[in-house]
Design a protein around this ligand. Structure first.
Ligand code: ZN
Length: 128
């Protein structure tokens, strides 16, 4: 089921960048969720691992209809997805954010499920 997404809430993006920076030099990984077609939430596993695929295995849960994709960090700063990333993208949704060092507001990119870059607007919305 494809979901049309308008963008990501600026506060959600800031949260992702902050958590990624505080996880450094380890990778951070989580799942993205939408509310009213805007990505507003990040689900973070309790167990942290340097292996993103292992972290994603923790999300083998009943498919949440509000889940739209994934997010993870690249401590190296490279924003391109690896082959393993793309395999993970295919099974976890249509929107995949990779953030990288130095974790600034522009230190990220969004990809579709086959690893092509896709535009994702940053929106100013009020999160309850
Ligand atoms: Zn990666």
């Amino acid at each position: 089921m494809k979901k049309k997404i308008k963008g990501i809430a600026r506060d959600a993006l800031k949260f992702i960048l902050e958590v990624s920076a505080s996880s450094h030099p380890k990778e951070f990984a989580g799942m993205l969720y939408e509310t009213d077609q805007v990505i507003t939430d990040v689900d973070v596993p309790i167990t942290q691992s340097s292996n993103v695929s292992a972290v994603m295995d923790l999300f083998v849960v009943p498919v949440n209809t509000h889940r739209v994709g994934s997010v993870h960090s690249h401590p190296s700063g490279a924003l391109q997805p690896s082959d393993a990333d793309i395999r993970m993208f295919m099974s976890t949704g249509d929107y995949h954010i990779i953030v990288g060092r130095p974790y600034e507001i522009t230190s990220w990119a969004c990809y579709d499920r086959v690893g092509n870059i896709r535009k994702l607007d940053v929106l100013d919305v009020d999160l309850e």
